[in-house]
Write a protein that binds this ligand. Structure first.
Ligand code: GLC
Length: 442
């Protein structure tokens, strides 16, 4: 549970132009965003957004910190040049940085990485302040940029969504990783009980909490796991960490499926005349993505011929109809377990906060691209929270209709980061500086 120093939901009146960067899985996304305020006619927000994605090469994910920060600063430099931002907008350009890893934040413009997650393993960043590492790299290139806020993707999703939808109560990511953020009042946050900075604040002031519940049950005392889960953990760059995430997030679902098929094959239950271990393509760890699992689940072609073709094309595997049915069932089980666990995380927040209705603004590949995810998630949430059956199970369009609803989050790492930067600057200018390191001290 990490404090974020995002104090409350946006008013909706936030304005201005901001640079944002998002260090995601395979790309660095850079945006230039202008919040123009509400359009008086539609009362919707008028927002301009220009963006570019810069590919993060695989070797960078396990390389040196200096390479990472240099890559980010050079990409920013290129973006500023390509979009002709130098000298045109207010200087320095104000930057919101979405850094979606567990980081302790004593200030909103600082974040000490605790551990890399989601397969990243860059040396010399853990235990360090990512904001100052980025600032140094930007200084070296003399970029006219000031880092205003470091945010988590879940907080970004919550704030960007609340900017437009006042019913938003939680921001969640069900994607490569899984995690959520919610608001709590400062007096409820034990970590802040002796914090000097909060002395000037009303104890009722809300603050966004980044749960980092992907790390739930790292002690492995609560959740049942299979031998496949144990293999995934042991072979990961950080064994013992992100226990909950390794059972439920998109990065791992395909790999669980691959390990099960390998096991069934070595026990001669599947593909008796083929040794999957000798199959070069299939023996590559993490070669199966969530998209393949969801298309397998949703295959309505006769004799599952579409899945048969996909598996043959990708991995030179020819499964019989029975074997295809078995592998479809396995895909179902993995996805159902994942969706139900994702509901557990949200249910825990709802119970803790007595949330009985509202919108859970979710982003991420599993939430958006897996067609059955929402339905399964809602069913599990309804079971845990004891919803009346009629409240939530009568949908006809495969949409969830419970009192706590999954909605598609607005762009958290773009608009969310920009809105948080605007909120932070506004606080600073009003002299409300709790949790902001700020310009003078840096
Ligand atoms: C991982 C990260 C967390 C992030 C989540 C979703 O769990 O540790 O910070 O929010 O993935 O991207």
């Amino acid at each position: 549970m990490y404090t974020t120093w995002v104090l409350g939901f946006p008013s909706g009146n936030e304005q201005g132009s901001y640079l944002t960067i998002d260090l995601g899985g395979s790309n660095l996304r850079v945006c230039w965003i202008t919040l123009n305020g509400r359009d008086p006619e539609s009362s919707k927000h008028d927002i301009n957004l220009a963006q570019h994605k810069y590919e993060i090469k695989d070797d960078m994910k396990t390389g040196e910190a200096s390479e990472l920060w240099k890559f980010i600063a050079v990409s920013l430099q290129k973006f500023i040049q390509d979009h002709d931002l130098n000298g045109k907008a207010q200087e320095p350009l104000r930057l919101g940085f979405t850094f979606s890893y567990p980081a302790i934040q004593d200030y909103i413009d600082q974040g000490v990485l605790q551990t890399w997650t989601k397969g990243f393993d860059i040396k010399n960043v853990e235990g360090k302040d990512v904001a100052s590492q980025l600032r140094e790299a930007m200084k070296r290139l003399e970029l006219p940029v000031e880092l205003i806020a470091v945010i988590n993707d879940t907080t970004g999703a919550m704030i960007a969504s609340a900017y437009n939808d006042p019913d938003t109560v939680i921001g969640a990511i069900f994607g490569t990783g899984c995690n959520a953020a919610y608001m709590d009042k400062i007096s409820n946050i034990p970590k802040l009980s002796n914090n000097e900075q909060t002395q000037s604040l009303d104890p009722e002031t809300p603050m966004a909490i980044n749960c980092e519940y992907g790390a739930f049950d790292n002690s492995r005392t609560v959740l049942p796991v299979t031998k496949y889960d144990s293999t995934i953990d042991e072979d990961s760059p950080r064994p013992g960490e992100q226990a909950f995430e390794k059972l439920s997030a998109g990065l791992y679902l395909g790999e669980i499926y691959r390990l099960i098929l390998l096991d069934l094959n070595s026990n001669k239950i599947l593909l008796k005349n083929h040794n999957l271990k000798d199959n070069k393509k299939f023996s590559e760890p993490y070669c199966i993505d969530t998209a393949l699992l969801s298309s397998l689940e949703d295959d309505t072609s006769s004799s599952l011929s579409e899945s048969a073709r996909a598996l043959e094309e990708k991995f030179d595997i020819v499964l019989s109809e029975e074997e295809l049915l078995l592998s479809q069932l396995i895909a179902h089980l993995i996805a159902i377990r994942g969706a139900r666990l994702c509901a557990c995380g949200i249910a825990a927040i709802c119970r803790h906060q007595n949330i009985t209705k509202g919108h859970v603004a979710a982003d991420g590949s599993v939430a958006n691209k897996h067609p059955r995810f929402k339905r399964r998630w809602a069913r599990a949430l309804g079971e845990i929270l004891d919803w009346e059956e009629n409240d939530w199970s009568k949908d006809e369009d495969d949409q969830n209709v419970g009192p706590i609803m999954l909605t598609s989050a607005e762009d958290g790492s773009g608009i969310g980061a920009a809105v948080i930067a605007a909120m932070t600057i506004e606080r600073w200018e009003k002299g409300q500086r709790a949790g902001i390191l700020g310009r003078n001290e840096k």
